[in-house]
Design a binder for this molecule. Structure first.
Ligand code: ATP
Ligand code: MG
Length: 575
């Protein structure tokens, strides 16, 4: 350590909010260069390389072949699949000296499809799985939490190519199992959830979410059935349509000053001779939907008034378009939008697309805006008084909601996405006509899968799940060093020599050793050892004169005096 390129910091970095970010910076694992762009220092790089190696071994074990594509890419293949536009501002774009536009790859489906097309021509070559561990670039809107959400980050991405559905299913299953082995070896607590495929396209996808309160993803589980999904992928069970005949007429009421759901419900309970809850009202939320490269379109979103619109769910419904709430200028430009009193009829009369929550089925009656200040309409019936332009998954999913499989209720938790597997179907192989000659002489269009693991993000995720108030605490599988040997007093030549011998014995046992031979106080050294987080800390101090060293187990805090000769056996017993 006296020569290691390492400086630990006493204070948390000012821009850090989540524990892994604070600790990885304080412990000298990474350093920020620009927002979402980080340098890996020696200790951090060792962890990153070990994560990479575990991922590599498990990819090799399912027959994956490692290759390496460039990060600097031409735009034409992305144009062929529409992703040059669909990726929108998330793609880093640049122009070369000849004026040719290029991109820094956010993910590489197009290029693997093209590569297989150019190299393979016969069914005999298939199936094939190719992968790379490579630096990706995404101009994230909100880079966050250090390496957890970077703009430059390391991903393992693999791609399978199969002749038929059965083969594609088998490739998907092999990846799913490989991911389970990877995350088990890394000791991560995670769940597999149904996910949306977004701009990636394809039929089905699942995400691996590490359980963490600082995660940006919310997922729900049904403990009774085992159903699990990212909230973005939850499909609201629609109740059956109800008969319209005999329902009371829609009547417009003067509701005075009732621009919010709460004031409206209050008014209704004072005025109508029935009990009304927020769930009886239809709240119409106005948004701008912007398809990349196109002008924004105003859309009305109708949800039961007891639910908020979940913007992440809404955005997932519109991907690759982005969604924003209307601002004051938009309202001013569209005077038919009477804030607080917007109703389906006014929207549709003015040509605004109106989408509703799946609970708004034909025959349901609503209290909603009448498009005039101070007026609402009671008993506006879907399928009679208004016909929505479609349904949309936008309403928040809440604990206690019915599970979409009808087998219980949902509970929610937060997670960090660590892996995502996609059954892509033929979106990309169609775009590039990736065909091989089949067994019967006819061309066969290949079926592609795409599978990603956030390799650099894993470093932060493991730190997040294993740290304590004193610092990092690495599992054996990816610790930068197996043992941290502390020389309590560098001025004592016996201790220095003894620590050298202890370190050599540990290395002979196959362990990697970080030796703290700095001229610093024991207190500083112990604090740093806890901050840096090697799984075992061995202190060569006063007891050494009688043949004893102190062994501290970082994760549990257990401390024991051990005879030098028993040290390796003691550590072995811990494994
Ligand atoms: P997120 O929803 O977190 O933005 P994503 O769905 O865009 O992720 P994918 O395209 O599925 O990500 O990428 C595969 C994996 O790469 C993700 O599961 C994640 O672990 C990792 N990853 C994605 N974006 C980043 C990033 N900005 N920084 C670090 N890792 C990332
Ligand atoms: Mg994803």
């Amino acid at each position: 350590m006296s020569s290691l390129f390492l400086r630990t910091l006493r204070d948390d970095p000012a821009d850090a909010e989540v524990p892994s970010h604070k600790l990885l910076v304080r412990a000298g694992y990474v350093r920020r260069v620009a927002p979402g762009v980080y340098t890996w220092l020696p200790l951090g790089l060792r962890v990153l390389r070990r994560v990479e190696q575990i991922v590599r071994e498990e990819m090799d074990a399912i027959g994956g072949q490692e290759i390496l594509l460039p990060a600097l890419l031409p735009k034409e293949p992305y144009e062929a699949t529409g992703r040059w536009t669909d990726y929108g501002p998330n793609m880093f774009r640049l122009t070369d000296r000849k004026g040719v536009q290029m991109g820094l790859g956010p993910t590489h489906e197009e290029f693997f499809a093209q590569l297989v097309k150019s190299e393979y021509s016969s069914y005999k070559d298939l199936p094939v799985t190719l992968y790379q561990i490579q630096t990706k670039y995404r101009d994230e809107e909100r880079p966050r939490a250090g390496i957890l959400r970077g703009r430059e980050f390391v991903m393992k991405d693999s791609y399978s190519f199969d002749l038929d559905d059965a083969g594609a299913k088998a490739s998907y299953a092999a990846h799913r199992e490989a991911y389970q082995r990877i995350f088990a070896r890394l000791g991560v607590r995670y769940v597999i959830v149904a996910a949306t495929s977004g701009a990636m396209g394809g039929s089905a996808s699942e995400e691996f979410l590490a359980e963490s309160e600082v995660g940006e993803d919310t997922f729900v589980r049904c403990p009774d059935s085992g159903y699990a999904a990212n909230v973005e992928a939850v499909v609201t069970p629609a109740p059956p349509a109800r008969p319209i005949d005999g329902l009371p007429e829609a009547v417009v009421h003067d509701t005075e000053n009732t621009p919010t759901i709460a004031t409206l419900v209050d008014w209704a309970n004072r005025t109508l001779d029935r009990t009304v809850t927020a769930a009886d009202t239809l709240k119409n939320v106005m948004v701008k939907v912007t398809h990349p490269g196109e002008a924004p379109q105003i859309v009305g979103i109708g949800v039961p008034g007891d639910r908020e619109v979940d913007m992440k769910r809404l955005e997932a419904s519109f991907e690759p378009s982005t969604v924003d709430l209307l601002d004051e200028a938009d309202f001013a430009a569209n005077p038919f939008l009477v804030k607080g009193y917007i109703g389906p009829r006014g929207l549709q009369a003015n040509g605004v697309r109106f989408l509703v929550d799946p609970r708004v089925v034909d025959g349901t009656a609503w209290i909603t805006g009448a498009d005039e200040r101070g007026k609402h309409v009671i008993d506006l019936v879907a399928g009679r008084d208004f016909t929505p332009d479609g349904t949309v998954e936008a309403a928040e999913v809440r604990d206690g909601d019915a599970s979409p499989d009808g087998m219980g209720t949902l509970v929610s938790a937060r997670g960090i996405e660590i892996g995502h597997i996609f059954a892509l179907g033929q979106k990309y192989t169609d775009a590039f006509e990736v065909d091989v000659l089949g067994e019967n002489g006819a061309p066969v269009r290949l079926i592609q899968g795409s599978y990603g693991v956030g390799v650099s993000r894993m470093v932060a995720v493991v730190a997040e799940q294993t740290h304590d108030e004193k610092g990092l605490s690495w599992p054996d599988a990816i610790a930068p060093f197996d043992v941290h040997v502390v020389i309590a007093n560098i001025k004592d030549a016996t201790l220095v020599e003894g620590a050298g011998r202890v370190a050599a014995a540990l290395e002979r046992s196959g362990r990697t050793v970080l030796l703290d031979d700095r001229k610093a106080s024991p207190g500083v050294k112990f604090k740093d050892a806890e901050l840096l987080g090697m799984p075992a800390i061995v202190v060569v101090g006063r007891g050494y004169a009688t043949g004893l060293v102190e062994v501290r187990h970082r994760a549990t805090g257990d401390v024991a005096e051990v005879a030098v000769d028993d040290l390796v056996a003691t550590l072995d017993a811990r494994r």
